[in-house]
Ligand binder design. Structure first.
Ligand SMILES: Cc1cc2nc3c(=O)[nH]c(=O)nc-3n(C[C@H](O)[C@H](O)[C@H](O)COP(=O)(O)OP(=O)(O)OC[C@H]3O[C@@H](n4cnc5c(N)ncnc54)[C@H](O)[C@@H]3O)c2cc1C
Length: 350
């Protein structure tokens, strides 16, 4: 058995940030991550044209001061979301879309230059890849005397003085067995705690040229009528890679990828002209099909329900087990900002 001082479960933004902060305080940490990929709900894919497309977290804004401070500390540049030009709002499929323009004075949202994964890459560099064990899915957590023992899906056991979970709370209680069991109140709460964006479908279409900009469109679209519900220009900061990116109607997860792709291109061609059909690549990610993010709810749970609940400030197993992760944050839970706030809160207790 490997014995560790502190084990963090999950190498998403929260887990990496907790590791970074605790290492600065002199603690030895190990992160166990189920996936072969690090980053959790942050995943930037580089398309064949060089466009970096976000399959997970993308935007932040001025209220997200902890995230902005971290980007500044790491000297990671960010840029304003492109919104200039005509934006569209489709209310019904049989009437032309309404047109509107977003004023430059409105609160901007920002994107990270090179993609959100730049932040993950930097944190991994700081924490040390040797301290992150990927392809290690924790399936059981047991309190044994002064330690917490974890078991992974290969039956390998790890002991630690303290363990911090960064799994979305609902996923934690549905996929990991506890001995002794967590209090009923916590189990009930976690089962009713929404995992932000867990049901979402992200798509992106890469193009050779930003033809929509050339036609004075911003690329922003809101629709209640077609498969694309929300979309934005997703070109790179240096305007070398061009893409449109957004969210599809969540109900279309039952279609095949080919069916969704065809409907997306049809909608884009209808709104922006036939150039939309001449694309380089289509990307999509169905987060509800990602078992390391989403687990079906027993009852209806609304977006952000119970996010940041005060019960998540409690520790378990006599201060040996903690529940963290973005959904537990007291401020901006569910978002990248929340992941950092939650990490800072846990680190302050050590
Ligand atoms: C499509 C989408 C769009 C989003 N857009 C935005 C946005 O624009 N702006 C914003 O601020 N936020 C956005 N978010 C939310 C943001 O991604 C999250 O708030 C943040 O990344 C959460 O980080 P986390 O570390 O708390 O959780 P996660 O990233 O979920 O990390 C949990 C980690 O635990 C791992 N894990 C799961 N089970 C186990 C196990 N049994 N054993 C070991 N490891 C395990 C997972 O693989 C994962 O790496 C978006 C999310 C999605 C999915």
């Amino acid at each position: 058995m490997n014995t560790n001082k502190i084990i963090i479960i999950g190498a998403g933004l929260s887990g990496l940030m907790i590791a970074y902060l605790l290492q600065k305080k002199g603690f030895e940490i190990t992160i166990l991550e189920a996936n072969t990929r690090i980053g959790g709900r942050i995943e930037t894919v580089t398309g064949s044209s060089g466009a970096t497309v976000e399959m997970g977290a993308t935007w932040f804004s001025n209220p997200h001061q902890n995230l902005i401070a971290l980007l500044n500390e790491f000297k990671i540049p960010y840029f304003k979301q492109h919104t200039q030009g005509i934006s569209l709002f489709e209310t019904m499929s049989f009437v032309p879309p309404q047109k509107f323009e977003i004023s430059d004075n409105e609160e901007s949202s920002f994107r990270i230059v090179g993609g959100t994964s730049q932040l993950i890459k930097k944190l991994v560099e700081e924490v040390g890849i040797q301290n992150i064990k990927t392809a290690t899915k924790v399936i059981a957590i047991e309190e044994i005397d002064n330690n917490v023992e974890l078991t992974d899906s290969n039956g390998v056991k790890y002991a630690a003085e303290k363990v911090i979970s960064t799994l979305p709370p609902h996923l934690l209680v549905q996929t990991i067995g506890f001995k002794p069991t967590l209090p009923d109140t916590m189990q009930r709460l976690a089962k009713r705690t929404h995992t932000w964006m867990g049901e979402s479908i992200k798509f992106a279409v890469e193009y050779q040229r930003p033809f929509w900009r050339e036609k004075h469109y911003s690329g922003t679209l809101y629709s209640q009528a077609s498969i694309i519900q929300e979309m934005y220009d997703h070109s790179t900061a240096d305007n070398q890679g061009f893409a449109l990116k957004g969210f599809l109607n969540g109900g279309t997860y039952t279609l095949s990828q080919e069916e969704r792709q065809e409907k997306v291109i049809q909608q884009l061609a209808k709104l922006f002209g036939t150039q939309a059909s001449n694309y380089i690549a289509y990307h999509e990610r169905l987060w509800r099909k990602e078992p390391l993010t989403f687990f079906p709810y027993e009852n209806l749970v609304m977006g952000h329900e119970n996010n940041g609940h005060a019960e998540y400030r409690n520790s378990f197993f006599d201060n040996k087990f903690y529940i963290s992760g973005s959904e537990t944050a007291s401020v901006n839970p569910g978002y990248m900002e929340g992941a950092i706030v939650a990490a800072k809160n846990i680190a302050s207790q050590f």
